[in-house]
Every structure is written in structure tokens, then in C-alpha cells.
Design a protein around this ligand. Sequence first.
Ligand SMILES: CC(C)(COP(=O)(O)OP(=O)(O)OC[C@H]1O[C@@H](n2cnc3c(N)ncnc32)[C@H](O)[C@@H]1OP(=O)(O)O)[C@@H](O)C(=O)NCCC(=O)NCCS
Length: 156
Amino acid sequence: MPLMNQQPLLHIRVMIEDDLEAVVAIEVASYPVPWKHEHFKDEIAARYSWPFVAVEEGNVVGYACLMSLFEEAQILNIAVQSSRRGRGIARMLLEHAFSLALEKGAEVMSLEVRASNIAAISLYEKLDFTRVGIRTGYYESTEDAILMEKPLKESP
Ligand SMILES: CC(C)(COP(=O)(O)OP(=O)(O)OC[C@H]1O[C@@H](n2cnc3c(N)ncnc32)[C@H](O)[C@@H]1OP(=O)(O)O)[C@@H](O)C(=O)NCCC(=O)NCCS
């Protein structure tokens, strides 16, 4: 007989405060200027934010923070535990964000990425984001941010 409530090996669910120790550990290992615990806590509470985590065998292995307001959605943060990268987890998180944003009525998704972050830029381009602008010296007043966008709805 199949087990009831059995979770798939890798699944995505809403981020909760109990996840934050694991989330912040991934964050600190992933970014030169990491978000703090309070920042994620605010995202969990915020009205137009939908943070979620990827869970593998009970462990948080990645997360993304989506904001969606009217027709515009934005990826505010996404990271995958370094030992679990290259296995499609970020793609899965972004695909979840696309369907969630569409559900909330968004028509376009945008994000900012460091110009030096080749892995993330490749990921976004693979998922049909295109470069739409640059914010010069956006990060620590020295590194440019590339602005990227992806339409969520096919034009009629
Ligand atoms: C960017 C990041 C989220 C990618 O996570 P991931 O789970 O390893 O990505 P995936 O396995 O889903 O990769 C999907 C696609 O992204 C691209 N990609 C991912 N990592 C890459 C790398 N190191 N180099 C080049 N392309 C890469 C590839 O096109 C890949 O598709 P493929 O496997 O068919 O070649 C991860 O490297 C990370 O957490 N980095 C630190 C945090 C960060 O930079 N976040 C983005 C901030 S804007």
C-alpha cells in the first residue's frame, strides 16, 4: 500500500521561520553582502512577497524570494546550497516562481544580477530572460547590476 503524505525527494514549499537558520547559512555562503535573518523574516510577513524553499530529504537546499504586485513580478533573491548546484534546483525554483507570479496576475518578471555573476546570468538567459538595462556601480558602488526581464504571458 502506498504511504500517505509521502513527499517527493525534492520538493518546493513556502518558506517558514523555522527554515531561516538553513536559509541564512546558504545565503552567507553564496553572497559577498548576504541578507540577514530579519530580511527573510520580513519577506515571510510581507503582503506581496512569496518566499519559498527547495527541500531535499528534509533539508533546505535552496530558496527564492518572489515579489509580485499587479502586472510586475521580481525575483529578489535566489540561491542554492553550493554542494547541490548544477542539478537543476535553481531552474525548478524559477519555474515555480513563474507559475506563482502568473497566478498572482503578473505579466513580466524582472531581476538584477551582478555583471560578474556568469552562472546566474547563464541561468536566466537559459530561462528566456533578456538584458534590458544596466545600473552602473549598483553593488558596493563598484559593480554594475544587469537588469533582466522575461515576459510571463505570450503576446496575443
Ligand atoms: C546561480 C545559482 C542559483 C544556480 O543554481 P543551480 O541550482 O546550480 O542552477 P541549475 O542547476 O538549475 O542550472 C540551470 C542552468 O543555469 C546555468 N548555470 C547554472 N550554473 C552555471 C554555471 N556555474 N556556469 C554556467 N552556467 C550555469 C546553466 O545554463 C544551467 O543549465 P544546464 O544545466 O542545462 O547547463 C547558484 O549558482 C547559486 O546559488 N549561486 C549563488 C547565489 C547567486 O548568485 N544567486 C543569483 C543572484 S542574482
